[in-house]
Design a protein around this ligand. Structure first.
Ligand SMILES: Nc1ncnc2c1ncn2[C@@H]1O[C@H](COP(=O)(O)OP(=O)(O)OP(=O)(O)O)[C@@H](O)[C@H]1O
Ligand SMILES: [Mg+2]
Length: 447
């Protein structure tokens, strides 16, 4: 023992480093170590630049597979710096020399990471750095995870991979308004402590309204991609009653967007909560009883009521933690019950409207890859006079054949605009919707 003590002392003098190893499988049942996986994730981001030998694999995290992960190859080392302190990461494997039966039939090799640092920094590394690695790994995992799109049946969610390509960059609207929304989302995302401080649940509600084809659904997809949130597309008409609705909403995860599209059509949520109808005797009464409201019909349709929805939203809103965004969309904002969109429920009202020149330019860049063109001024003028939706513009700009010229596409848009203009003057349409405008209002009031 004495000799050992001396050698220990001796080695610590000439070898003033501490080494920590992280084995891939730990415990008696050789569970895959979470720390190992986290370090692997972390190093895959940080080593892919500095390490010269990499290996590629698909890592299974929970029930999803990550895209290809590049990580350090075996026996490769990298140097990292943390708060000015140098540390070394190595990736190793032990291959047992004796041929023995292994608990893990897949391979006899045992992998591990080894972290080496000067003993002077012991507390910095064990207390701060390792925590930093785990947090960073979590963030990377979040960033790389596949988003999911959930849809509901009566009481259950099922999901598919969400792969909508829409981003704010490709979303056609005024840059200033777009920036406003992005800033709002960023503020929300980083606002955990703020929401805690003011004692408000970490939730935010958006109401998107505007005519069909102006990009409401597209914006939701862009939001999901931007925030890296899953999307819960709540189909209210499939939900039988308020208690099922509650169950569904409780079963949503944090970091998600809960969407109710066409809220005015989903339910009779339009204000005039129907008085209990005199039930018409006979078969003719059937269709009348499908109108939903507070009446307790025996029909098999949805009995989710406005007040039920509001209760659930408010309950959920305040009861369960975690970042959640709720988005309602509608084509007819004026039809909605003020209770639904009052302050605090829907924090922001975003109006999406017909295509303005700035929005057109985004679409022209997306579809035709042009940022300026001699036909642009003419289109600008036409767009000022004509209401057409971004969806229509996108459709006309889309090249009809592979070798279609930019000119041709722009000309067909001009033609479309002129035709719409003629139709419009024939029909003498009302001019109630201000042209090409996206209006954002904080908290409530709609004009
Ligand atoms: N602002 C926009 N930016 C980019 N593309 C758009 C925009 N608006 C519409 N589009 C295009 O038009 C198509 C239809 O748009 P979207 O489904 O988002 O409309 P919507 O407002 O949700 O309509 P609805 O009220 O009928 O649900 C999209 O697939 C997209 O390609
Ligand atoms: Mg839509």
């Amino acid at each position: 023992a004495r000799v050992r003590r001396y050698t220990n002392k001796f080695t610590s003098l000439v070898y003033p480093y501490i080494r920590i190893t992280f084995h891939e499988f730990t415990g008696e049942r050789l569970m895959k170590s979470e720390a190992y996986t986290a370090i692997q994730t972390y190093l895959s981001e940080h080593s892919s630049q500095s390490a010269t030998r990499l290996k590629a694999e698909v890592i299974k995290v929970k029930d999803t597979h990550t895209p290809l992960v590049l990580s350090m190859d075996d026996n490769e080392e990298i140097i990292e710096e943390f708060q000015g302190v140098k540390l070394w990461w190595g990736s190793y494997k032990i291959t047992p020399k004796t041929q023995s039966f292994s608990v893990y039939p897949s391979s006899d090799e045992k992998r591990y990471y080894k972290l080496t640092f000067h003993k002077r920094y012991r507390s910095l590394i064990t207390e701060c750095y390792l925590k930093h690695v785990l947090e960073e790994a979590k963030a990377i995992e979040m960033k790389n995870r596949q988003l999911k799109l959930y849809t509901n049946s009566k009481t259950r969610w099922s999901h598919v991979v969400f792969e909508h390509p829409a981003t704010f960059e490709t979303l056609a609207m005024r840059p200033k308004e777009k920036e406003g929304i992005i800033n709002d989302l960023v503020k929300f995302k980083s606002g955990k402590s703020y929401y805690t401080k003011i004692g408000k649940a970490w939730k935010r509600g958006y109401l998107l309204y505007g005519p069909p084809g102006t990009g409401k659904s597209t914006m939701i997809a862009a939001m999901a991609n931007f925030m890296n949130y899953d999307v819960y597309d709540l189909e209210l008409t499939a939900v039988v009653d308020n208690s099922d609705l509650r169950k569904l909403l409780i079963n949503t995860s944090s970091k998600s967007i809960i969407v109710i599209e066409d809220i005015d059509c989903s339910l009779d949520l339009t204000g005039q909560r129907k008085k209990k109808k005199e039930r018409v005797e006979g078969k003719e009464g059937k269709s009348a009883s499908l109108k939903r409201g507070d009446e307790d019909d025996e029909d098999k349709g949805s009995k989710v009521t406005l007040s039920g929805l509001l209760n659930v939203i408010d309950g959920i809103w305040s009861a369960c933690g975690g970042e959640r965004i709720m988005v309602f969309t509608t084509n007819f904002v004026e039809k909605l019950d003020p209770a639904l969109i009052r302050r605090g429920r829907m924090d922001k009202h975003i109006k999406l409207s017909y295509c303005c020149y700035e929005a057109f330019k985004v679409l022209a860049k997306n579809y035709l890859d042009v940022e300026s063109h001699h036909l642009f001024p003419r289109i600008e003028k036409l767009l000022e006079e004509t209401k057409i939706t971004p969806a229509d513009v996108a459709e006309t700009l889309m090249p009809k054949s592979e070798d279609e010229e930019v000119d041709t596409s722009l000309h067909s848009l001009i033609q479309f605009l002129e035709m719409t203009e003629i139709k419009k003057s024939n029909l003498q349409q009302s001019k109630d919707i201000k042209h090409g405008e996206v209006v954002m209002e904080e908290n409530g009031v709609i004009n």
